[in-house]
Design a protein around this ligand. Structure first.
Ligand code: THU
Length: 136
């Protein structure tokens, strides 16, 4: 997957739009995630919190849910924005659990745009445990 064909502007717009729909009354940290699938669809999601803090849904969970609800597939390019209260909307790197989620649903050579640059899945989650480790 070539970086120069990456639809970063479209994904950033989709992630920002998703962020604006976040439900984050507890952390006050809105998140919007967006990805292009290997077959060219754009999917997105926001974080949805819960009074039982530990069962918060990250934006990536909602995004992967949308991918499955719209036909399944695999992720080719991914971007995620965060915003604390009325602060700046900034690129963030996915949390540990969501790195695992991205690993599971990645297409070959998926690229992830983060606050420290454009990374491969192997850079974002080295030595990952995945489907091959349980012989699926
Ligand atoms: N959050 C995400 O949605 N994705 C991440 O990758 C990092 C964290 C959410 C969870 C919680 O609602 C808020 O950000 C603060 O942790």
């Amino acid at each position: 997957m070539e970086n120069n064909t990456a639809p970063w502007p479209q994904l950033e717009a989709a992630a920002a739009a998703a962020l604006s729909t976040a439900y984050a009354p507890y952390s006050k940290f809105r998140v919007g995630a967006a990805a292009q699938t290997t077959d060219g669809r754009i999917v997105s999601g926001c974080n949805i919190e819960n009074a039982a803090y530990g069962v918060t849904l990250c934006a990536e969970c909602a995004m992967v849910g949308e991918m499955f609800a719209t036909g399944g597939g695999q992720l080719a390019y991914f971007v995620c924005f965060g915003q604390l209260e009325a602060g700046k909307v900034e690129l963030i790197t996915p949390c540990g659990r969501c790195r695992q989620l991205l690993f599971e649903h990645r297409g070959a050579d998926m690229l992830i745009k983060t606050d420290t640059g454009i990374l491969t899945m192997e850079q974002l989650l080295p030595y990952a445990f995945g489907p091959n480790d349980i012989a699926l």
